[in-house]
Design a protein around this ligand. Structure first.
Ligand code: GTP
Length: 597
């Protein structure tokens, strides 16, 4: 135990976390030539393409320092706010963290939010000034920023380049010297923290854990305390680039467990593993059920593919426990599913996986957050609204509450005005403004989560010319004046286009939606009126003018088969269109409300 170090790397996105991890593996000889790939830890294709570590993993390195061999367990953390609960559990499995800061970019919003998570868990922080090789690096200034943030000495900051290898040895030494060895009682009943799980189609769910007390042996009958389920530890071991089966994994160490579980939902991140026959009296603190934050409808483009979509979603859920879904039907779109996601990135990933891995073509409706509605009749009873069409009749409503977040934005002082007006426009209330340096400012706002879902990132980037970083955490629900804006096409309400918006903005949003839909819906053989309404009151109207040229006109009406062929041809040209009533609606139109500016 004395010679184990458990650590993670925390950083703002693109500051070099994955590159540094690769470099450490390389330096400690944990990788063979054959295994060398660009981004070793990101092994899902999708992750590599996006350059984001979506799922956290762990890897063990051996390193000899002053004649003594050490075991260094690097626990990787996801780099996106959608997965912040997983980050917090990975951090809870460590005693130390490398805080990587880009020497050109300095401290950004995620640097700070991750640092707070690490400090909450009493981790030893080792600041690393990365990318010192860059000509644009500002090592002195950025070191000062780090010293200010951490209250440490400048000497503690390790200058490094994950690219060229500068400082890597210093980092390894600092891990050994500064990160405390794990504590814990080897003689106590088993308590192991689940910090991640990965679905393997052949072996079932692989659970990654950190032993806090006691030990786990191959063949043990174990219990997951939160789910209450018992299994046998068919295989346990430690994690190198490949898994190394072991007879036991002891206090302080990190390992994997295979029990033959086939459904990802049975293994919950944050759960405690103990022994069924001599269970630990208590679970490790900090377990939470992950809750979806963003909901949207997913419908097959072809209504006949509903059953296939269901089985694809079920298979997806086997390896992604944070995806939730239930069947719903829409007057406009027919049968589909209301799905819950951790955030917008998670939603995009699911949509992409459905298309790539399951070959499904789907229509995704406007995402929304989860609202709590209360009726006057029973003002204490929560009606959960995950779909705008589930909102109770406005005349019976007592109040509606929506989720709020605390946003942290770091920007240059030149852009403070722009960022503030954007946030106020997004119904934000400023709670704090502090100058990190004369140039850089941190702003905090309380804002509705729904406003972040609706094209916040893009606008923040625009108003700050790219010089703003952003992070957020949920702070609960607040009462808001919300109304439902419905859209009618050709006088028919299209439920999948309804949105809940703040009453003060409803008219503007209704108007902009009509304008946007007019742009996005292709002209057809007849005029299509587009209307926005609140209840029975029409608040805006546009018309898509009829298309003059009729491709079937030149067929004289006689030759039916020729006419059909032409229509068939047209159909193929329009993938991802949905026929609603007699209007063809393209996928982008369902997302129109997200991009109104
Ligand atoms: P996410 O996985 O997306 O959170 O990003 P990350 O923090 O892991 O960053 P990543 O390692 O992917 O590095 C981001 C970019 O910076 C890549 O293009 C790297 O090649 C580059 N990079 C990382 N470290 C260095 C460095 O020390 N010097 C230079 N010049 N570039 C670096």
């Amino acid at each position: 135990m004395k010679h184990i170090r458990n650590f993670c790397i925390i950083a703002h996105i693109d500051h070099g976390k994955s590159t540094l991890a690769d470099r450490l593996l390389d330096f400690t000889g944990s990788v063979t030539e054959r295994e060398k790939q660009d981004q070793l830890l990101d092994n899902m294709d999708l992750e590599r393409e996006r350059g984001i570590t979506i799922k956290s993993h762990a890897i063990q390195m051996e390193y000899t320092y002053e004649g003594q061999e050490y075991i260094l367990n690097l626990i990787d953390t996801p780099g996106h706010v959608d997965f912040s609960y997983e980050v917090s559990r990975s951090i809870a499995a460590c005693e130390g963290a490398l805080l990587v800061v880009d020497a050109a970019q300095s401290i950004q919003a995620q640097t700070i939010s991750n640092l707070y998570l690490a400090l909450d868990n009493d981790l030893e922080i080792i600041p690393v000034l990365n990318k010192v090789d860059l000509p644009s690096a500002n090592p002195e200034e950025v070191t000062d920023d780090i010293v200010d943030l951490l209250g440490c000495d400048a000497e503690e900051v390790i200058p490094a380049s994950a690219k060229t290898g500068i400082g890597i040895e210093d980092i390894l030494q600092a891990i050994i010297e500064r990160v405390p060895a794990p504590e814990g009682d080897p003689g106590a009943n088993l308590q192991a923290l689940v910090f991640d799980s990965v679905y393997n189609p052949f072996r079932g769910v692989e659970t990654y854990f950190r032993v806090l007390n006691g030990k786990i042996s191959k063949g043990d009958k174990i219990k997951f305390m939160a789910t209450g389920n018992d299994y046998f530890a068919d295989e346990i071991g430690t994690l190198k680039l490949e898994q190394h089966p072991k007879k036991e994994v002891k206090t302080g160490d990190v390992g994997y467990l295979i029990t033959g579980i086939k459904d990802a939902r049975e293994v919950k991140v944050g759960d405690t593993i103990t022994l069924s026959n001599s269970p630990s009296p208590e679970a490790i603190a900090g377990f939470e059920e992950v809750k979806p934050m963003v909901f949207a409808g997913i419908y097959p483009v072809d209504t006949e593919d509903f059953e296939e979509l269901r089985s694809s979603m079920e298979k997806l859920q086997l390896n992604d426990a944070s995806l939730v879904f239930q069947p719903e039907s829409s007057a406009a779109l027919g049968f589909g599913f209301r799905c819950g996601f951790l955030g917008m990135l998670h939603m995009e990933i699911i949509q992409e996986r459905l298309e790539r891995e399951f070959n499904m073509t789907v229509i995704t409706t406007v995402p929304n957050v989860s609202y709590h509605a209360f009726t006057r009749k029973s003002p204490d009873e929560i009606v959960i609204v995950n779909n705008p069409s589930d909102l109770p009749d406005p005349s019976t409503l007592d109040r509606v509450e929506e989720p709020y977040i605390k946003a942290s934005i770091i920007t240059k002082s030149d852009f403070v005005g722009n960022v503030m007006s954007l946030c106020i426009d997004k119904r934000g209330q400023i709670t704090n403004q502090s100058y990190l340096t004369t140039e850089r400012v941190e702003l905090n706002f309380d804002m509705p989560l729904a406003e972040i879902v609706f094209d916040f990132y893009d606008r923040l980037k625009t108003v700050s010319k790219g010089y703003a970083s952003f992070d957020y955490s949920p702070i609960g629900l607040r009462s808001s004046k919300l109304v439902r804006v419905d859209i009618l096409l050709n006088a028919q309400p299209v439920d999948a286009l309804s949105a809940l918006v703040h009453a003060d903005n409803a008219h503007t949003i209704g108007k902009r939606m009509c304008e946007k839909l007019k742009e996005l819906i292709p002209r057809q053989q007849f005029d299509i009126p587009i209307q926005a309404a609140i209840g029975s009151k029409i608040i805006s109207r546009e018309t898509i003018k009829a298309l003059r040229k009729d491709v079937t006109a030149k067929c004289y009406g006689g030759d039916i088969s020729r006419k059909r062929k032409l229509l068939e041809k047209q159909k193929k040209g329009k993938k991802r269109m949905r026929q609603v009533g007699n209007v063809e609606i393209p996928q982008q139109a369902f997302m129109a409300v997200l991009k109104l500016n």
